[in-house]
Design a protein around this ligand. Structure first.
Ligand code: ZN
Ligand code: ZN
Length: 138
């Protein structure tokens, strides 16, 4: 993952990235399902200070427990912050095809569409992100 700049679909918001990602994953949690209208979503995790908004003014997504920010023009979800861990989670859809390469799946206990692949499938979160490391069987 060498992408250093991403934007929303309409180009009103641009984000600059100054570090390599901490992790790339698929999240199956019910909040992501509701916010995206999708069974699971790609997420690229960065140190919070490594991602800055260099163009536009992201606005909060309403009624979202994770406080995601979106473009006010095209409504593309951009990122949310995990303040307790100093992380900024970017929407994996912002990245060019081929750049997003998931390393594992998280919050699989919420999954509505199990994905059978060779990656680890965590019931919640891996220990490195404050979880139990427990996995599901698929
Ligand atoms: Zn936009
Ligand atoms: Zn999620």
């Amino acid at each position: 993952m060498s992408v250093k700049q991403v934007s929303c679909r309409c180009g009103a918001v641009e984000l600059q990235i100054s570090a390599d990602p901490v992790a790339q994953l698929y999240c199956h949690c019910d909040n992501c399902q509701a916010a995206h209208g999708a069974a699971y979503v790609p997420v690229v995790v960065y140190p919070a200070q490594a991602v800055t908004v260099v163009k536009g003014n992201p606005v909060p997504m309403k009624a979202d427990p994770l406080a995601r920010l979106r473009c006010s023009e095209c409504n593309t979800h951009l990122f949310n912050d995990v303040v307790s861990h100093g992380l900024r989670n970017l929407n994996g859809y912002l990245f060019p095809k081929g750049e997003f390469n998931a390393q594992f799946h998280v919050h699989c206990r919420y999954a509505v569409l199990p994905v059978v692949d060779d990656l680890p499938h965590y019931k919640g979160l891996p220990a490195a992100f404050g979880g139990s490391d427990e996995r599901v069987s698929w």
